[in-house]
Design a protein around this ligand. Structure first.
Ligand code: KMH
Ligand code: ZN
Length: 313
């Protein structure tokens, strides 16, 4: 039984939304990603969420060997739970088996599992930044004006088989209310086994917004359709909603994700100098609320993970 004063703090280290010109602190090379992940764990993150980038120019990559290097090096230096992306940007248009090939290759303890199709749009960032170091950056942002992040039911079925075969726990990413319905459908059809792990993602254009009512709507809908006893949940607030909505999630009994994938800032107008800085801030908030961050082993126990001995990196 989970102690109710324990909160899983996840740190999403680099993601695929932000590009290198947006912050000098965004980790880009494999070694930078490793170092940021280890420091985030030292600051109190029990889980780190990993994307990989091409070391040459910071472009998001699905290269399994880059992922393998990053995960292996983190594992050498830290006990932290390593959560690998299967949805990373730059890959939004490619088949799900290609995006998810990290799962059979690395057999991670946990990986993301995106719960529906949407126009995952980050082109509004183009208005904010005038100069880019690499040509791919504005092209990449512009592309999202007209891209469908495809996760059809056929894709979800294929993904659920891949996760089962490799004993990898799916973290079910829900960007909108319909995706809670998709999750409930897949659960009741037997494709997903309880206890489910949900993550509510607020503030991505193309998905649900960042009002308190939006969070309540996601949570209440999940309770009604899936059953409170059948899942645990975490919340991502994009951009300036990272800390406020994270705080709300902790107050509501959920877990929380921070990290430079979701916001480049530590406070209004001030870039975060590291992932660890955001983790430290969230850990302070968690403690102020009378709770404490879960250790990596507590994360494994709460989420029912297979253990770090059984990964393939
Ligand atoms: N990009 C984030 C908003 C994934 O990597 O598959 C959600 C995410 C999902 O982290
Ligand atoms: Zn991600």
């Amino acid at each position: 039984m989970r102690k109710d004063d324990v909160v899983i703090v996840t740190c999403a280290i680099t993601g695929a939304i932000h590009t290198p010109s947006m912050s000098p602190y965004l980790p880009v090379t494999p070694d930078q990603i490793v170092e940021e992940a280890v420091k985030a764990a030292e600051a109190g993150a029990g889980m780190v969420h990993i994307h990989a980038r091409d070391p040459k120019d910071g472009r998001p990559t699905t290269d399994v060997e880059v992922f393998r290097y990053i995960c292996r090096e983190i594992k050498k230096q830290s006990d932290v739970v390593i959560n690998v992306t299967t949805g990373g940007g730059g890959t939004l248009g490619i088949p799900v088996e290609e995006r998810a090939k990290v799962v059979p290759a690395l057999k991670p303890e946990i990986a993301t599992f995106n719960m529906g199709s949407m126009n995952f749009a980050i082109h509004p960032l183009l208005k904010k930044y005038k100069e880019f170091k690499y040509d791919w950056e504005p092209e990449y942002l512009e592309m999202t004006r007209d891209i469908v992040f495809r996760n059809t039911f056929k894709d979800l079925e294929a993904l659920s088989r891949i996760f089962k075969e490799n004993d990898t726990k799916p973290e079910l990413e829900c960007y909108d209310i319909g995706q809670i319905y998709n999750t409930a459908f897949m659960f009741h059809e037997g494709y997903l086994e309880p206890p489910l792990r949900l993550q509510f993602i607020h503030g991505i254009l193309g998905g649900i917004g960042t009002a308190v009512e939006d969070v309540l709507f996601m949570k209440q809908t999940a309770d009604r359709l899936i059953g409170r006893e059948n899942y645990t949940w975490s919340l991502v607030g994009a951009g300036r909603f990272q800390m406020p909505l994270g705080t709300l999630a902790v107050m509501m009994g959920g877990d929380v994700r921070v990290g430079l994938e979701d916001s480049l800032y530590i406070e209004r107008g001030k870039l975060a100098k590291s992932n660890a800085e955001q983790v430290e801030k969230m850990v302070r908030i968690v403690k102020e609320l009378g709770k404490r961050p879960a250790t990596p082993d507590e994360v494994r126990e709460i989420l029912g993970l297979k253990g770090k001995e059984r990964v393939n990196f």
